[in-house]
Design a protein around this ligand. Structure first.
Ligand code: GLN
Length: 208
């Protein structure tokens, strides 16, 4: 039997435990990543939410920023949620001056897009996990970004189904990079984590 893939969870901020639990349910082995050498054996990495400005500063402080950027450029599959989505975006709107991201995803992501007054909310999403329409996903958003523009290679995976933000893009995939504006680790529905573990298992089928 093939050994389960090893998925790291960037452990600088955010719901590290919840992400690990969901990834393990989806069949992966997991590792909390804080040191550069912990990147070596990974088959994929999850970047939890938090505050993207803080995450990029901490990644510098922990010596992770450059080695992780190199691994991502070399094709390490990655799944960013909320601030993690911002960290994977090539371009951001509403960032602080000089805010750094790892990049890789050909999108423009707007930080705090739903407005600062709406700190957190829940919404149903229309989802297309592997191209065809899936059942709705109930999502939790916390000071969330949205995706404002997508490049030619980027697939829209989920949009807001109802309310004032209807149609806004909140999940995307480009090859083996996956990103969600919301927090899929806290609502019990593990379809996004399962999709990611599948991308990690068979990256060749989902080339960037
Ligand atoms: N607003 C945060 C940022 O810009 C993201 C919020 C989150 O990850 N829950 O980084």
């Amino acid at each position: 039997m093939r050994i389960a893939p090893l998925v790291g969870v960037l452990a600088l901020q955010g719901d590290v435990r919840e992400h690990r639990a969901m990834l393990e349910r989806a069949g992966a082995r997991t590792l909390a990543v804080r040191r550069p050498e912990e990147l070596d054996d990974l088959d994929g990495i999850v970047m939890p939410g938090g505050e993207s400005t803080t995450i990029s500063k901490l990644a510098r402080v922990f010596g992770l920023f450059d080695p992780l950027s190199v691994r991502l450029r070399d094709g390490l599959p990655a799944f960013g949620t909320c601030a993690g989505m911002i960290m994977l975006a090539d371009r951001i709107e509403g960032g602080v001056r000089g805010q750094e991201t790892f990049g890789g995803l050909d999108v423009v992501v707007r930080r705090n897009a739903f407005g600062r007054q709406v700190d957190s909310f829940e919404a149903d999403l229309d989802v297309h996990l592997d191209g065809s329409r899936d059942r709705p996903f109930h999502a939790m958003f916390i000071r969330a970004p949205w995706v404002e523009k997508v490049g030619a290679e980027v697939a829209v995976v989920a949009t807001v189904a109802t309310g004032s933000a209807v149609g806004r893009i909140v999940a995307v995939r480009q090859g083996t990079l996956l990103a969600t504006s919301f927090h899929p680790e806290i609502t019990g529905d593990d379809r996004f984590h399962s999709l990611f573990v599948d991308l990690v298992r068979t990256p060749g089928r989902h080339q960037r």
